[in-house]
Design a binder for this molecule. Structure first.
Ligand code: ADP
Length: 457
């Protein structure tokens, strides 16, 4: 209302001025009334043309992409322009903030470890994150607005989408059959769908390994158990001579020993998998570890091999003494079992450049063919099953070694040649080994030489 009064007053003034000019002109032309009316009309027309021009300027600005400020004007048009400009600027700021929020939201979904895809009512892809694109072999930009079943053609997936029963996820092979995918769909809005994809290749593999493991353990235990059950039956039902009875009992003892070793190794593995890594600041001397494993190997060999031990007298390891004895013991145990009589076995501590160190067990035994090397540390993997079992092997020794070494931040390496021998190397990182200060040195690993052990510390 406030701006109407000055505008009405201005209009009346202009009208009056026009009429006065008309009346003045009538002094020369006569007809004062008509001339006054004409003057007033022309003045009104002028005012209107001016207003129209100012309005047009503002309209042009509103129609333009509006990169410039609104036209500066006085009075009514000026305020109108200013208010338009401010309202539009506020809307732009709001829109920008909304856009930013949407981008952040999409970036968060994009960062999800799972694939996310949005489908419209006709199953066309509205949006998908890069993980879904990777899982399904799609292109996040090019494949938008394509019907998903035209692009993902796995028959199980296509019929899942057609059935429309999405309570359970569906599992099928990913593109090129290299992965296993689990996909679940949830409906929302009007016929739209949210699709989540997950790569479960690793999980499936772990599950298959677990099944294999259980089957292997059952098999390994059932065999000696069947043998023992047979002997028990024999003892119960047949009248045996003392010699026969002794023989049966010896065979039973062998089978129960076998089961005991297996259960012992299984427990060791379970413990290694279920307990925290040995702390990096619990230092133990290397010499007693090597010495203990050496002593056990000498006992197992019972004079059939020459077993050297060297180095390590000045070394300490950050880790678990019991685990390390078990790992070195397993390597030496294998060396004894897979090396023919009179063979040579060496246990060696070797410093490497940069402060790291190796515990090396080498033998002149039967060796291992190249194709077996990558699988040796798998549980129950054996090159020659009957030789392993006959010599009391469980097929778990090298898995234990690998676990122990990895828990100490290291790696296991093997070199072998058929008929010539094998070298296993436990590579320990520099952070886990250190030299003892001279004064603290533990007596050299080789001091306690066994009758048939060659000492070269
Ligand atoms: P096992 O109880 O059968 O010895 P391991 O896990 O200790 O099980 O070893 C796996 C397989 O690796 C063995 O069955 C054997 O065939 C092979 N192997 C391990 N150490 C040696 C070695 N020093 N010389 C030859 N073969 C070996």
């Amino acid at each position: 209302m406030a701006e109407l009064l000055p505008r009405a007053v201005t209009a009346l003034l202009v009208l009056g001025l026009g009429a006065a000019l008309g009346a003045l002109t009538s002094l020369f032309t006569g007809r004062p009334l008509a001339m006054s009316a004409l003057g007033a009309l022309l003045a009104l027309l002028l005012v209107n043309v001016r207003q129209a021009a100012r309005g047009h300027r503002l309209l042009e600005w509103l129609r333009s992409p509006r990169q410039t400020p609104a036209p500066r004007d006085a009075g009514f048009w000026g305020e109108l322009g200013y208010r338009f400009e401010r309202a539009l600027r506020n809307k732009d700021v709001e829109l920008q903030a909304e856009r930013q929020r949407l981008q952040e939201f999409l970036a968060a979904i994009d960062a999800s470890p799972n694939g996310v895809m949005l489908l419209d009512a006709s199953d066309q892809i509205s949006w998908l994150n890069s993980v879904a694109a990777e899982h399904l072999g799609l292109d996040p930009t090019r494949d938008r607005l394509q019907r998903v079943t035209n692009l993902v053609r796995a028959p199980a997936f296509v019929s899942y989408m057609q059935d429309g029963r999405f309570e359970e996820p569906i599992v099928f092979a990913g593109p090129l059959g290299r992965s296993t995918l689990s996909v679940i769909v949830r409906a929302y809005g009007e016929g739209m769908k949210l699709m989540l994809t997950q790569d479960i290749t690793e999980r499936e593999r772990a599950e298959a390994m677990r099944r294999d493991f259980v089957a292997n353990v059952s098999h390994e235990i059932r065999t000696p158990l069947t043998v023992v059950a047979g002997f028990v039956e024999t003892l119960a039902q047949l009248p045996l001579t003392e010699v026969e009875r002794r023989r049966v009992l010896t065979l039973m003892e062998q089978q129960t020993d076998r089961m005991q070793s297996l259960v012992g190794d299984l427990l060791t593995l379970a413990q290694l998998e279920g307990s925290p890594r040995p702390g990096p600041d619990r230092w133990v001397a290397a010499a007693p570890i090597l010495q203990r494993a050496h002593d056990d190997a000498l006992a197992l060999s019972a004079g059939r091999h020459r077993i050297d031990i060297s180095g390590g007298a000045d070394a300490e390891i950050a880790g678990s003494e019991a685990e390390l004895i078990s790992a070195v013991g397993n390597l030496l145990n294998n060396a004894v079992r897979y090396t023919p009589v009179d063979g040579q076995i060496s246990l060696r501590w070797a410093w490497r450049d940069g402060g790291a160190a190796d515990i090396e067990v080498s033998d002149t035994g039967i060796g291992i063919a190249r194709e077996h090397l990558p699988r040796l540390t798998e549980r129950f993997y054996r090159v020659d099953g009957s030789r392993s079992r006959d010599t009391g092997g469980t097929g778990l020794g090298l898995s234990i070694v690998k676990h122990v070494v990895q828990r100490h931040g290291g790696e296991i390496d093997v070199q072998s040649e058929i008929g010539k021998g094998t070298t296993f190397r436990m590579q320990l990182p520099a952070q886990r080994v250190r030299r003892l200060a001279a004064a603290d040195e533990v007596p050299a690993a080789a001091v306690a030489a066994a009758p048939d052990g060659t000492v070269s510390a």
